[in-house]
Write a protein that binds this ligand. Sequence first.
Ligand SMILES: *Cc1c(COP(=O)(O)O)cnc(C)c1O
Length: 484
Amino acid sequence: MEKLIYEKSQKNRKAATLPAVGVEEKELSKLLPDEFIRKVSAQLPEVSELEAMRHFVRISALNHNIEKGFYPLGSCTMKYNPKINDAMAALDGFRELHPYQPEDQVQGALQLIYELQKMISAVVGLPAVTLQPAAGAHGEMTGLLLIKAYFESKGDTKRRKVIVPDTAHGTNPATAAMLGYEVVEIKSNDRGLVDIDALKAVLSDDVAAIMLTNPNTLGLFEEDIQEVQKLVHAVGGLLYYDGANLNAIMGLVRPGDMGFDVCHLNLHKTFSTPHGGGGPGGCAVACRAHLEPFLPKPVVSKDGERYFLDWNRPQSIGKVKGFYGNFGILVRAYSYILAHGRKGLMQVSEDAILSANYLKHKLKKHFIAPHVQNCMHEFVLSGSLQKERGVSTTNIAKRLLDFGVHAPTVYFPLVVAEAMMIEPTETECKETLDQFAAIMLQIDEESKSSPDVVLNAPHTTPVGRLDEALAARKPNLRWEPATV
Ligand SMILES: *Cc1c(COP(=O)(O)O)cnc(C)c1O
């Protein structure tokens, strides 16, 4: 079959003899250096549309996705995103715009960006917003660059440190390190929250900022956030709020009201862009007025009735992304916010919190819940009890796949042994949560009565335990005809 396809493709290629642009083969050497001219045809598979379609439909069915089953991947907010928002982004008037079109022809798109900036500003309680960054980590970099530019503009060059609690998302220390800051980690206390004494011990006038993930990666709201805010501001440092998972607090509290100076939120988590597999994301970064002059340019602004791109921003940190950012994602966020309204957004968070606490309560009888207080949108369990019986968190995660459930985030955060970080999200119904709890209890039972079933899982997936290192180093991306 392979050989047949290859021979057919050679024949096709001969018949088509080189460029459609009208250059004869012998003329090519006048246009290109010899080493760049292909001596042998590219050995691409020559397949029909039907074969290609079957291939992609087949592999898409092998994959797990939110439309197929429960996906409680903590911190990633794998919730259901209403299809209406995709439909809005696919409207011809948006989809067929070209980024080089003159401003007069893209007034609608600019209006959408402008209004979305205003909406986000209202949600987080900070006056200025950029929508340029393409992901959460990218937004963190943008936010820290604002802070850096602010201190530089004041000639304050001694601030070399960024404080990061050990319950922060991993991207926080990575971002600070990437921008050349010294990362100062502080330990959390036994309630899983910022230890105020540990914070006090590292505060001095060389601190540029603290990056606070709230709720932290244990799913806990930082109860002493006002105190943290006062202490850091008192030494002249700024406060960065990692609000990637805004579905924990939206409509309930606002980072601006808590005293934060900069905040990012992931549009592809709370604001309905389907994600996973590294697809395009979007991020809003909001800040206080004193950081506004440094925002990435151009800034979408309004002059009377006309929207325009303001390039006249002498203190701007520059561009962080081409053109308007990932525009289709901005359309989805805009559509999502309009569809929910003020009350609806608040209910999103309330439901996310309710789902997580409901599940935590059901599961904590069988799995260790290291932190007793109520959680926000997610919670962390430890698989230590099961581990004592020889069944690790990895094994539990693999066994879940047999039930058509995606595994939770595992072995993170690092402060909990055998961690399982579970985020049910606001879009799951009680029946699904009950079903998941029942599956988890069954796996706990199996860890006592028939551990081999768990140790050898998964049993029902197309492939079993993969050599993940090998798969990453030597990916096999060859096309194969669908088996009938
Ligand atoms: C997802 C997440 C990030 C990073 O966002 P990306 O879009 O993956 O770069 C940062 N912080 C928290 C708390 C997150 O959950």
